[in-house]
Design a protein. Structure first.
Ligand SMILES: [Cu+2]
Length: 135
């Protein structure tokens, strides 16, 4: 019995050891109301301190009906991106005029001070929950 417990712990330790070569951190998340309240754009800096690139490929939120990773600035033809690559030992800034996470379809009109919870999904680093306060 003791041996089985030991093996289980070893397996857990193995899963938690640095198997991921991408190490993602998200900083300065902020949410901005756009398009007269029809969209919230979430901006942030995503840093990869690992030795392999990673890809932000999806996002989920309970705050709105739809959430999309958008590749370009807010204009008529800004469109959904398949994903955003975060280079190894590099960083990507989602910022005004560039890529952002777009939320649409709100139960109530968003307002300043609302806290938007988003879960980001990375190919290597897995899922990462963040919170952004609406400016
Ligand atoms: Cu957008």
């Amino acid at each position: 019995m003791k041996k089985i417990v030991f093996l289980s712990l070893a397996m857990i330790a193995g899963m938690m050891s640095p198997g991921f070569a991408a190490e993602i951190t998200v900083s300065n998340p902020v949410a901005v109301i756009e398009d007269g309240g029809k969209e919230i754009a979430v901006f942030m800096t995503i840093t990869n301190s690992g030795s392999d690139p990673d890809v932000l490929y999806s996002a989920k939120t309970p705050f709105s009906k739809d959430i999309v990773i958008m590749s370009g600035k807010m204009d008529a033809d800004h469109s959904a991106a398949a994903g955003i690559e975060i280079p190894a030992a590099g960083a990507i800034e989602l910022k005004d005029g560039g890529a952002h996470i777009g939320l649409e379809g709100f139960a109530n009109p968003p307002k300043s001070g609302d806290v938007v919870e988003v879960v980001l999904f990375f190919e290597e680093a897995g899922k990462m929950p963040i919170k952004a306060t609406v400016k």
